[in-house]
Design a protein around this ligand. Sequence first.
Ligand code: ADP
Length: 485
Amino acid sequence: MKLVSAETKIRIDLSKCQYEILEEVVSDLKWDNDNFEKPDIIWQDSALNPMSLSLLSPYQRINHFPGMYAISRKDYLAKHLKAMEQLHKSEFEFFPETWVLPQEYISLKTHMASNTNAYYICKPPNLSQGKGIFLTKWISDIPENCVVQKYLENPYLLDGFKFDLRLYVLVTGFDPLRVYIHEQGIVRLATIPYAKPTDTNIHNIYMHLTNYAINKNNPNFVHNKNYSEDFVGHKRSFKSFLKALEEDGHNIKKIMARIDDIVLKTLCTVQPFIVNLYRTSQPNDTSSAVCFQILGFDILLDYKLRPSLLEVNHTPSFTTDSPLDRKVKKAVIKDCLKMIAAKPECQKKFLREHTDYLIERSFHSFYRVKLVKSERREKFLKHQIEMETTFHGGYRKIYPLNNIEKYQKYMRDAEGVYSSKARRRNRESEIRCVPRLRKSSADKRFIIDDNKNQNRRRSCVTRISLVPKVVQIKINNDFIGGARA
Ligand code: ADP
């Protein structure tokens, strides 16, 4: 399969992207980069809101999903994972014990009172790069609005240093879910040898935090100077790290399987929410392929090499300060662009088919239109998945494989949590507005209007299944993915 036909030159808009590496990749691919009115692909650094998504045509592509803040904000991520943990206790214990303040202040206070020797890490909910993070064991130090986690005291060490892993996960669709993880990633080391937290060392950020943004300021920081030496210094390649573990006799397949599981469970918790935002912003898109996204998953390994999720970054940095950064990030971006570049080639075909679809809609019954829509969707998905399979580069598919049922269960449960939250929000807004309407007016018209509103609200929370049924798609007898039935 060819990436694009000879006459098709992909038009990408990088005007809202600050990273030089993107321009470099686009020039390597020989694509047109300009501020086009209707580009085929838009790559922007900032998040995407549903309104901006609704302005895009179904054949365009953009590098964000709306609503990703649901896992990238530390407080929302904690709330989602805790809700799932209540349903699947041990299966969601990959996240450090967490309290979101002010709501869980009493619970935290009780925990701290009965664990007086334990240390906690306190994080602002909406900041990154280690900003505002500190360790403590005293409740009086903790601000009113923050996320507090039990400090994981026994990390796996590299040359005596604490480290975390930045892994790149590509989501090419949420409806149905399609997820890949890149073989390249970055191992980020602290710059002072690790010691368990004590009252005297907890303020040493170069010992306890592994953020590059922090540690690069330590004069001890050893920069990578040559990509071929990717297992020295305070930033190393994930590939070389896995190789070193394997040489030491560790089972890296088992470690990766655990990491894949963490990634998928985390995405499952927000899948119904993101599908809902997507469908409301792009009601005419039968392919569900406008959005794709590279997420940065930050993972900490404990002394037994068991992974824990620290956070998910929806705008991972693509700054390239060293040859190692350049090599890793270039591969992550280039492989992603090659995989999603199928769309522009289909543009003309799409427009033709869309016209056919509109004609169908005006002449045929609702059921006939639904059928046409689902046939088109399946056809498109098949093509898309074929592209993803052919041009995956360093990305390894982690969903869907023979794990569909396992993760569909989590998506269904997440949908239940999401619908019950929506119902509760609606009830609360009813309680808030009904007395006001009654008080403000004895006029019957308001009460009638209010009843109408209630009905409308009720209809909003009617359960729509957002978890797509998945059927197998086979190409040359190989199972390559799922599409909505
Ligand atoms: P940020 O978004 O600011 O980078 P993180 O949640 O990733 O915030 O935390 C920053 C650093 O703090 C991590 O890279 C890690 O080294 C350390 N850290 C975070 N949470 C924990 C924890 N629960 N236990 C031990 N170390 C942690």
